[in-house]
Structure formats: structure tokens, C-alpha cells
Ligand binder design. Structure first.
Ligand SMILES: [Zn+2]
Length: 466
């Protein structure tokens, strides 16, 4: 992390409040103070102790940040995406603006199959306009797949849009649509999308009666078998070229290679059998009449929303870890925090670097990319065999049952709590008082309850477990 890494929206609000002279010392300001502590680590805010009290304030660097949109220590080369808040500057270094109105010879210029002309008196050159337009497209694409970029690149997008707006379409017959035309076009779009949805729905319903549960299961088994075959083949290759278990002795290696080969042969035979039942995998519907390709589309959108939320959650979690680490003094607690933080960081990075996926890359059965079912190192909980694969599902079910059984067993065999002492009933008062007094010496807080056969039972007080 750099001192000059951009601050998040929450921290920016707190910085503005500090700039307005708010002290954040109230009881309801805990959350704001957590954000403020992150600001102090960047040198943007500071804690002072006037008259032995506690007060937080903005530093010169913090005021600079508010004015310029970046940390004063941030190197110019690292200022991509910085949005300064200076009036009159729309480009902010994304596009270095031409200092004076540009010369234009009146001939429209071509870009992306369209003709363009500048706004009269603009200082935005054609190259700057093209650069800004490409940037707008790139940012929109980036934001669509990486939703957390909406927080980060909103300023950059606005800047590029400001530059982009200085050039207009120049085809002789081009005129922007009127409001009525836009409304009519939108109605048309809506009607055709409605018709498409109705037709898809009609087709889906028509596929329900011929649904074949056996064929669906066979398809899932075939998918599972393909995955096993891939891993057996990989194992056989690794054993044969020595990259897998390099220290293994030759005899053992030979026997393991034979085992892997036998597995490959039997998996291939099983797949041939399954293919007879399944036929074309892509035509196998589920009980709702949905085709694998429809389900992949659906799973892609679920996955993509989940991924956006997850990255945001992990980013917030990282700030929490930083704050907890700053406060933790105990060595083992710090070590644990660092381990947890690095695990979360690994998960976040793995998600952030994922290139944009299309539906074909998704599993048809769950909201995971297909290659998450093939990876060998599970970074995320969702990685691993698909929960819909029959053998795996059976194994998971069995493991769950065993766990439950084990839990029940433990509950049954756990020692039943016993009273501290039991005093039989039917004794003379003096004897009972004497016995209770004797117990009271050792267990002054104990309570007396009625037990079986009207006996007196002495138990630990209810809030204590023993
Ligand atoms: Zn799956």
C-alpha cells in the first residue's frame, strides 16, 4: 500500500467533515473514527490532545487532497484516474488539453466508421477526442465486468466524457433523435424484447413433458467422468515424466502409472456407455425445461454479481484488518490477523484478475466458472467438484450424514450434569439444616432444587457451568 493510494468514499466524507472542523469525538462517531484512523496513517488527518482531551483534525496534506484529488506525495506518473476538482479543467491530465482553440479546416474527420466535427471554439483536438472516446468505451467495459470500478473510476469517466462532448457527429444527414423518436424507439425495443421472452417461455414449457430424469443424471455423470478422466490423464503424465512425486522410487512409480492407466481406460469405457444414453449434451433439459446454454447465461449473471460484491466485501475487510492490526498489541493476535488478512487478500486478488467471462465458460449446473471445477488449489469455497455431479454429491451427502451421526453420538455420550450433592427427603429438620450448612461452606453460591423422589439436589448457580 502506498501513502497516496486513493481513499474510499467513506474516508473522503470523513476528510471533508474534518476539514469543516468537526471533531468526531461523539459517542456515535465510532465508524467515522475508524475511517479517520485510516486517514491518519496516510498523513491526511491527525489526533491532537488539547487540554488532555482527544480531538481529530485535518493536516496540510489532507487539505491538499481535498483541493487536488490526490495525495501531495503521489508521483505524477501514478496519477491515472485522479480527479482534480479545479474549475475549468475537464481533462485533469488524462488528456493534456490544447492551450487555445484549435484550428479546423472545416473537413469532418473519420473515427470508428463515423464522421466528426469540433464544437466551435473548442480547445479539444481530434486526437484528444478520440483518446477520450476510447477511454469512455474502455471504462464502461471495465465497469461492466469489474463492478467495484464504479467507485474508483467515476471521476475518470466524467473527465473523459467532458472531453468527448466537444466533438459531434458530422454526417450531412445526421441529426440527433428527438425526444419523441427516442421514446418510440424505446417502446419498440421493449415490445420486441417482450415478444422474445414470451417465445423463449413457450419453448421452455414445450420442453417439460419430454423431460427425461435418467438422461439428465447420465449427462451429469458424463460431465463428472470427463473431469475425472482429465485428472487421471494428468496424473499419469506427471508420473511418467517424473514431475509428480519426483522422489518416488521407480518400482512404486511403475505401479502407480499402471493404476492411473487402468483408471483412464475404465473412465473412457464408462464415458462411452454414458454417451449412448445422453446423446447431444447440449439438448438435455432439466425438469423445468431449461437447456444447459440458458442455465449458463443465468449462472454467469449470478456469478458476476457475486464477484462484484465479494471483491467489495474483501476490500472493506482488508481495511478492517489494517485497523485491527494497528490496534492489536498481542503478538499471537497480530500473527493471526496477518494470516487471515493474507488469505483474504489472496482471494480478492484471484477474483480481481479474472478476465471477463462469457456464458460458455460457465458451469451449466452452478454459478461457478467451469474451470473452478478443475483447479487443483481451492482459493475460494466454491472451487472444487460441482455439487451437482452425482458421485461427488453422494460423497458430500455421506460426509454430512457421518458428521451429523458423530454429533448425535457425542450428544448422547456427553456426561450428564450431576448435582453437587443430594440430600434425601424425610429426614429431621436439624439433620437437613446441618447437611445443607456443611455444603454451603464449600459452595456458598449453590442453589437447591427438588430432585427425583423428593430429594434435595444442590446445584451450581444457573449462570455457572460445572
Ligand atoms: Zn457446477
Amino acid at each position: 500500500m502506498h501513502l497516496w493510494d486513493p481513499i474510499n468514499d467513506r474516508q473522503l466524507i470523513v476528510l471533508k467533515r474534518l476539514s469543516a472542523g468537526e471533531s468526531l469525538s461523539g459517542a456515535a462517531e465510532t465508524q467515522a473514527r475508524i475511517s479517520a484512523r485510516a486517514l491518519t496513517r496516510r498523513g491526511l488527518a491527525e489526533v491532537s490532545h488539547p487540554d488532555g482531551g482527544w480531538q481529530m483534525g485535518i493536516t496540510a496534506a489532507g487539505s491538499f487532497y481535498l483541493e487536488h484529488g490526490h495525495h501531495p506525495d503521489q508521483p505524477p506518473s501514478d496519477r491515472r484516474g485522479v480527479r482534480a476538482h479545479q474549475p475549468g479543467s475537464s481533462a485533469n491530465g488524462l488528456v493534456e488539453l490544447h492551450p487555445a482553440p484549435i484550428d479546423w479546416d472545416g473537413k469532418p474527420l473519420e473515427h470508428d466508421g463515423m464522421l466528426w466535427k469540433p464544437e466551435p471554439g473548442t480547445s479539444v483536438t481530434f486526437d484528444q477526442f478520440v483518446q477520450a472516446r476510447l477511454l469512455v468505451v474502455e471504462i464502461h467495459r471495465d465497469m461492466a465486468w469489474n463492478r467495484w470500478r464504479e467507485d474508483e473510476r467515476a471521476g475518470e469517466l466524467q473527465d473523459a466524457m467532458d472531453v468527448f462532448a466537444h466533438w459531434h457527429r458530422a454526417e450531412p444527414d445526421f441529426r440527433p433523435m428527438t425526444a419523441e423518436e427516442v421514446a418510440a424507439w424505446m417502446d419498440e425495443e421493449e415490445a420486441s424484447s417482450k415478444a422474445r421472452i414470451q417465445e423463449d417461455e413457450r419453448q421452455r414449457r414445450a420442453r417439460i413433458p419430454p423431460y427425461d430424469a435418467e438422461r439428465e443424471q447420465a449427462r451429469l455423470s458424463l460431465l463428472e467422468c470427463e473431469a475425472s478422466l482429465r485428472s487421471s490423464s494428468k496424473e499419469r503424465e506427471g508420473l511418467a515424466d517424473g514431475s509428480l512425486f519426483p522422489a518416488m522410487d521407480a518400482q512404486r512409480r511403475d505401479s502407480q502409472i499402471k493404476e492411473a492407466e487402468a483408471a483412464v481406460v475404465s473412465q473412457q469405457a464408462r464415458m462411452d456407455q454414458l454417451r449412448q444414453v445422453v446423446g447431444d449434451l447440449e439438448t438435455v433439459v432439466d425438469s423445468e425445461g431449461r437447456l444447459p446454454c440458458d442455465r449458463r447465461e443465468f449462472h454467469l449473471s449470478r456469478f458476476s454479481w457475486w464477484r462484484g460484491d465479494e471483491v467489495r466485501r474483501l476490500r472493506a475487510l482488508d481495511l478492517e484488518f489494517q485497523e485491527k492490526l494497528a490496534d492489536a498489541t498481542d503478538r499471537s493476535a497480530r500473527a493471526q490477523l496477518r494470516t487471515d488478512r493474507s488469505r483474504a487478500e489472496q482471494q480478492r486478488e484471484a477474483l480481481e484478475v479474472m478476465p471477463s467471462l462469457d456464458a460458455a465458460a460457465m458451469c451449466s449446473e452452478c454459478a461457478s466458472p467451469m474451470n473452478w471445477h478443475q483447479g487443483s488449489w481451492p482459493i475460494h469455497l466454491q472451487m472444487g467438484p460441482c455439487p451437482a455431479w452425482p458421485n461427488w454429491a453422494a460423497r458430500v451427502k455421506k460426509a454430512r450424514e457421518m458428521l451429523l451421526q458423530d454429533h448425535d453420538q457425542r450428544a448422547k455420550t456427553a456426561p450428564r450434569p450431576k448435582p453437587i450433592a443430594v440430600v434425601p427427603s424425610g429426614l429431621p429438620i436439624a439433620e437437613i439444616v446441618a447437611k445443607l450448612a456443611e455444603i454451603q461452606v464449600k459452595h456458598p453460591d449453590a442453589i437447591v432444587r427438588r430432585g427425583a423422589a423428593n430429594r434435595w439436589e444442590v446445584w451450581p448457580p444457573r449462570n455457572k457451568k460445572s
